[in-house]
Write a protein that binds this ligand. Structure first.
Ligand code: GDP
Length: 441
């Protein structure tokens, strides 16, 4: 497959000042020759050239061309980049001309990055970091993706795998040459190495899913009695109308979601149906969903109608992580000594726009506390599965008396780590990982 030279538009389709077309493979330089008539080009130096259709000789555009000689390129192959004017007709004409050059074909989704992986330019965690960077929508998502793309996770997992491979080498020596018993200190060393790896990996796994949450969003559910003001509050929080505000009870029958950026973290806020018992079928389904959403949310805002009995409303609250907010302070006197579960609630009036700033501040502090992390965070369920498997094999190793079976567990543990970065047996994983990319990446 890699005999083909591939090309694709690397910038989005549509009108823009500049469009970039990427070409990768052994015909990259010939293609520049055919399009621009260049004889030789200094690699990595931008040159302005007229681009012509090699079949008809028609002028197509004038643009910058850059040549990257293998292996010093994104894919590790010879690469050419055309920076042309970003009009629809210009890009179409240049792409059309490329299809007519023999040995060239349109790239498939993710193919440039796949070649970079196959040429050891990126490991799988770096590929995933790159995909996340392209999709990042908030500051913290961008930072996490960039760290991962630069190898923070890959290096960590690879260092653990190398330690296991070393232990395995000693164990195999012991199996192959049982008469030359390993010195006591080496055997002890293997034990302590594996013990410390079990601890280190378990600690990394026990991170409250910070990295995964940062990729997928921190889920906040707003619950409360019908008419407590949930929809009004959600609308204020997202500064646009996402939910229907009405005086009639039970208008939010389903869960309505909106997306917020708080302190650089992505937050998905869900307005739920009022928590009450009801006979109407559709609404009771909504109430069921509200309960389910609250149980699974990372944080629940329990919105209390301050004009009604507060204790009864607190009793109905669900969810592990709760923030109590008392609404409608425009209609009732607030009691500054009042506490719920030992903490003062936050007082607001969603309708009169009072206290919303303080609520947002408090939400941001909670979210930053739960999501920020100084060490590289695990970002995907794929990593979690492999790391858990690795720890299980290492625990099996410790419980195994037969040295050959014990060594087999260390081998399997190191393979689980290798699968995360793509060091071994990765074919079946590749399609999953590269499916996240679009053409031209
Ligand atoms: P939900 O059923 O909990 O989603 O409640 P809504 O947001 O639909 O609000 C129900 C009613 O309460 C509407 O008439 C709102 O205008 C009103 N409401 C919401 N918040 C406040 C508030 O802070 N003060 C007052 N006076 N009314 C409010």
């Amino acid at each position: 497959m890699n005999d083909d030279t591939i090309f694709a538009l690397a910038t989005p389709k549509g009108r823009a000042g500049v469009a970039v077309i990427r070409i990768s493979g052994k015909n990259s330089f010939n293609t520049l020759q055919a399009l621009c008539g260049v004889k030789n080009l200094e690699p990595r130096k931008a040159t302005i050239k007229t681009i012509k259709n090699p079949t008809t000789g028609d002028k197509l555009d004038k643009g910058l061309i850059i040549y990257f000689k293998a292996p010093a390129s994104f894919t590790g192959e010879d690469v050419a980049e055309l920076q042309i004017h970003g009009g629809r007709a210009v890009t179409m004409a240049v792409l059309e001309a490329l299809t007519k050059i023999s040995g060239l074909r349109q790239a498939e989704a993710g193919e440039f990055t796949r070649r970079a992986f196959e040429n050891n330019k990126l490991d799988l965690t770096e590929v995933e970091g790159l995909a996340d960077l392209i999709n990042a929508e908030t500051e913290e998502q961008r930072k996490q993706a960039l760290r991962q793309m630069e190898g923070s996770l890959g290096k960590l997992y690879e260092s653990w795998r190398k330690k296991l491979v070393k232990s395995l080498a000693y164990l195999e020596a012991e199996i192959d040459f049982p008469e030359d018993e390993l010195p006591q200190e080496i055997t002890e060393n293997i034990q302590s190495q594996i013990d410390s790896l079990i601890n280190e990996i378990s600690e990394h796994l026990n991170d409250s899913h910070r990295g995964e949450r940062l990729r997928d969003g921190f889920h906040v559910a707003v619950i409360g009695l019908p008419n407590a003001g949930k929809s009004t509050l959600c609308n204020k929080l997202v500064k646009r109308d996402i939910a229907i505000v009405s005086k009639h009870e039970g208008t939010t029958r389903d869960v309505v979601e909106a997306y917020l950026d708080l302190g650089g973290y992505p937050v998905i806020i869900a307005d739920t149906a009022g928590l009450r018992e009801c006979s109407e079928e559709i609404e009771s389904e909504g109430v069921k969903r509200a309960f389910a959403r609250a149980e699974n949310a990372d944080l629940v805002i329990v919105l209390i109608d301050g004009t009604k009995n507060i204790e009864n409303q607190v009793k109905k609250a669900v969810g592990k992580n709760r923030m109590y907010v008392v609404n409608k302070i425009d209609l009732h006197q607030q009691d500054s000594d009042f506490t719920i579960e030992g903490k003062k609630p936050i007082y607001i009036s969603a309708k009169a726009d009072k206290g919303i700033g303080a609520l947002l501040e408090s939400l941001t502090i909670t979210i930053v506390e739960k999501m920020s992390c100084s060490t590289p965070a695990l970002t995907r369920i794929r990593h979690r599965t492999m790391l858990t498997e690795c720890v299980d094999y290492l625990k099996n190793y410790k419980n195994e008396y037969d040295i050959e079976l014990a060594a087999e567990n260390v081998r399997l543990a190191s393979k689980s780590l290798g699968r995360i970065t793509g060091k071994i047996e990765v074919e079946e994983l590749l399609d999953v990982v590269f499916a996240d990319f679009c053409i031209g990446k």
